[in-house]
Design a protein around this ligand. Structure first.
Ligand code: 26Q
Length: 829
């Protein structure tokens, strides 16, 4: 950077924004393709994508730098979103939308005999997440940029993202997703901001210059964290925020020491071990797995990010750490990065020389924790032995946090030993564990759930003791999704149609969708017809995808009934499959009253170690094979299992869906966010009283939502005396369905493979109570069928769902986080 010759201060370069006309875009594209990538016209497609990505990145660069500088002005408070997952998907379409240069780019590409669509299809999904939690982080980043909030994301730059799912003979097969193989044109590597992260070693006492006893962490094995920045553009607002992803690398002396000692093989092994940390995303979304590498990833992220935030803050000449909490807040996405609580204490005490009490005040004022699950098996806990070996100094700090915390508990509830045991950050027993959720709650000033019901269940159940101690920490922040990706980008037809009626202000302020409500009322025949035409075109697009990926013909005139999400027993894909079998039996038995033609789509990945979930996928595929090929069915019912469900598939699925399946066991789905994407795109929900479904129903009205099934309290009560065979006895439809599965009808060549499924749902210990909700579900589906036959009535419901979805924008969610937790002021670049 040039210096001002008089004052010596750095002067930023004056950068001119690049021209955005088709000609300029085209010539930049050609320059990148030929001069940078060394490829020429007619070259293979990944290079056209890459050249166009550089062309667009250039057009983000000035705003990116200006946003960065503006946010770093001294005194500006900033938030950091810490997450092991950012499920971004593709970036190109999103940046084009945000920059408002889609038409110009389209035109430019035509000059090269390419359609923009084809080029965008080349981009691999950045699949750095499992599902809801990771996608939520990506939607949050989008909204923060669009609202000009000074928020930076911190995550891991996994070499391998979420595995690719193949279906082989109906079974899931996992394949590694080397998404970085062709490079990532969006990212910028910033080696100059690398951080050193310590592992292993031991802690040692020493006396500082003033004679105080202090602790240092010595004999560590260090790993380098190298940041890679991804631009996060705001919607037409000249703001570009940053997602900073860390890659692990071996330190130099790591190599040198070992090489000098002559143990070449050992040196290479050690180097490999260091680089392993950011190699692969754990494909597990609902149970902790206690693997050492996972704990390494968590500490790697927390330590590198906190040091980076401290460095950024110190760069303004700050060194009064009492002010650190005034200017920095960290939002922890579930317990995954929660070791940050102890790491910030370590930084303040061991590295900055602070005393415990002062450091603890700062830490508790900086940290905020979001919980995403109520399932006990998903609560993270780490064996003490592992912690001790990998992070000895951090374990000492956790012990001290716990000792002081338990003193506080015993002051409030003297003699209540049981309560102290329950609340201790250390779980006692044969194996002792660190409970990460407890550490998060104790170390944070804010603890939130992700939907109203979920937050209430946290207060009343799982976190009740903590709620009694600190009611003021607990709050709710109902999730959302970004309307830019999930409507404006994914559903251009509907976007254009809505905008002819109410303008396009709704894209940046989704509450404006309420202005559509009058158009849902009677007499709007043209609008109804247009609405249906858009949906039909979207269904044709999905039908083409289903044909290509499943070989199944979906008739766009039929009802599209869709359930896409991770495969898990609590989400009850099984209930859906039982219903499909029931419909199949109705055809076979000639019970065609109130019939509507249906295409049922199921998609989602199973954790590789989750045997039951994998068997559910096999069942879906086996039932599909029978139903789709039975001549008696004659196209009236189709079932397809879509392989490799991911962000870019949802962009085609949500706009084409008529019925959104949100059928989890009540009290188990924290929020759900797919439910919101479907609603925005005009699907009607069939759902249980669970997660954000409840708020969706409140927003759209009960008459525009198909509610069924047990409520949370009923589920809890039923557990004590659940007798699934009663439902089987009482319900001949259910009996026939179960008998058909048991008979081997769907698996003639692989006998008994579905016994584990029928056994599980008929067990009195089935926590998911699938059979208890079967009848209510079938009846609700029958109401769906009735409603579908009233074409105008359905269209009205569809419009009302979109019109009522304004609340579920992450813009609203982020404004709530900001008003109640972060307290940032929007920054103009
Ligand atoms: C934990 C330990 C070791 C390895 C992996 C994990 C792990 C990883 C991911 C545990 C859980 C997850 C993801 C959880 C998740 O996606 N939860 C969903 O979060 C959404 C956003 O809040 C909610 O809408 C969903 O209801 C919730 O299930």
């Amino acid at each position: 950077m040039p210096r001002n010759p008089r004052t010596g201060a750095y002067q930023p370069f004056k950068l001119k924004p690049l021209p955005n006309d088709a000609h300029a875009i085209g010539s930049d594209f050609q320059r990148y393709l030929s001069y940078y990538l060394g490829r020429f016209q007619g070259c293979s497609p990944p290079y056209t994508y890459e050249a166009l990505a550089y062309t667009l990145r250039d057009r983000l660069m000035v705003d990116w730098r200006n946003t960065w500088n503006a946010q770093l002005e001294p005194g500006n408070r900033r938030a950091y979103y810490m997450s092991l997952e950012f499920l971004i998907g593709r970036a190109m379409g999103n940046h084009l939308l945000n920059l408002g240069i889609k038409n110009e780019t389209d035109q430019a590409m035509l000059e090269f005999s390419q359609t923009l669509e084809e080029v965008m299809e080349q981009e691999p999904d950045a699949g750095l997440g499992n599902g809801g939690l990771g996608r939520l982080a990506a939607c949050f980043m989008d909204s923060c940029a669009s609202l000009k909030l000074p928020v930076m994301g911190y995550g891991i730059r996994y070499e391998y993202g979420m595995f690719r799912q193949h279906i082989d003979n109906g079974y899931q097969v996992e394949e590694p997703d080397h998404w970085l193989r062709e490079g990532n044109p969006w990212e910028i590597e910033r080696v100059e901001y690398s951080q050193r992260v310590h592992f292993g070693g031991r802690s040692e006492a020493y006396h500082d210059a003033l004679g105080n006893t202090r602790i240092r962490w010595v004999d560590t094995q260090d790993v380098l964290a190298i940041p890679f920045d991804m631009p996060i553009s705001g919607y037409r607002n000249q703001t570009v925020n940053t997602l900073r992803l860390w890659k692990a690398a071996a330190t130099d002396e790591f190599n040198l020491n070992e090489f000098n000692a002559g143990s070449y093989i050992e040196a290479v092994r050690a180097k490999n071990e260091a680089e392993h940390i950011s190699m692969v995303l754990y494909p597990n979304d609902s149970s902790e797995n206690g693997k050492e590498l996972r704990l390494r990833q968590q500490y790697f992220l927390a330590s590198a990010s906190l040091h980076d935030a401290v460095r950024i803050w110190e760069r303004n000449g700050e060194n009064d750490y009492r002010k650190f909490a005034d200017e920095n807040v960290f939002q922890m996405n579930d317990t995954h990065p929660t070791i940050a609580v102890a790491e910030l204490m370590r930084i303040l005490i061991d590295e900055k020389g602070m005393m415990w009490d002062a450091a603890w005040v700062i830490t508790q004022r900086c940290m905020a924790y979001t919980n995403h699950t109520l399932l006990p098996e998903a609560l993270e806990k780490w064996p003490l032995g592992l912690f001790e070996r990998l992070l000895p100094r951090l374990l000492e700090i956790i012990y001290e946090i716990n000792a002081r915390f338990l003193r506080q508990v015993s002051l409030k509830w003297p003699g209540d030993i049981e309560r102290q045991k329950r609340m201790s950050i250390i779980e006692e027993g044969e194996q002792r564990y660190v409970r990460m959720a407890w550490l998060a709650i104790v170390g944070s000033f804010s603890v939130n759930g992700v939907a109203a019901l979920h937050s209430q269940l946290l207060r009343d159940g799982l976190f009740h003791d903590f709620y009694q101690l600190w009611p003021e920490k607990f709050n709710n922040k109902t999730n959302g999704v970004t309307p830019r990706r999930w409507v404006a980008h994914a559903n251009p037809g509907m976007t254009a149609l809505i905008s002819t009626k109410i303008g396009d202000g709704w894209i940046g302020d989704l509450s404006q969708l309420a202005q559509l409500k009058p158009y849902a009322e009677g007499g709007q025949t043209d609008f109804y017809a247009d609405w249906r035409a858009v949906k039909l075109a979207n269904k044709q697009r999905l039908a083409a995808l289903v044909k290509a990926d499943c070989g199944v013909d979906f008739n766009p005139a039929a009802l599209f009934d869709v359930q896409v999400k991770r495969i898990h027993e609590y989400k009850r894909q099984l209930l859906n499959i039982l219903h499909v079998i029931h419909l199949y039996l109705r055809i076979k038995n000639g019970r065609m009253d109130n019939w509507v033609d249906r295409c049922v789509l199921i998609g989602g990945k199973a954790a590789p170690g989750y045997a039951m979930a994998k068997r559910i996928i096999k069942l879906a595929n086996s039932v599909a094979a029978v139903v789709n090929n039975d001549p008696d069915v004659a196209g009236r019912l189709k079932l397809a299992f879509l392989p490799n469900y991911r962000v870019s598939s949802m962009e085609i699925i949500a706009p084409a869906t008529d019925v959104s399946e949100q059928i989890s066991t009540a009290g188990k789905e924290a929020s759900g966010t797919g439910n919101m994407k479907f609603m925005m795109n005009g699907a009607v929900t069939i759902g249980t009283y669970d997660g954000a479904n409840i708020e969706i129903m409140d927003a759209v009205g009960e008459e525009n939502f198909f509610l069924f099934g047990l409520r949370t309290a009923e589920v809890d009560k039923l557990h004590k005396h659940y007798q699934p065979w009663q439902y089987v006895e009482q319900d001949s439809d259910l009996r026939e369905v179960l008998e058909l599965i048991r008979s081997g009808h769907f698996n003639p060549c692989e006998p008994y493979i579905f016994d584990m499924i029928t056994d599980a749902i008929q067990s009195p210990h089935d926590p998911w109570m699938t059979l208890a909700d079967f009848r209510a579900y079938v009846d609700a589906q029958d109401r769906v069928a009735t409603a579908w036959q009233d074409t105008d009535g359905w269209t009205r419901m569809s419009i009302l769902n979109t019109a009522s979805s304004g609340f579920f924008s992450t813009d609203r969610t982020m404004l709530e986080y900001n008003r109640e937790i972060w307290k940032l002021k929007p920054i103009s670049s």
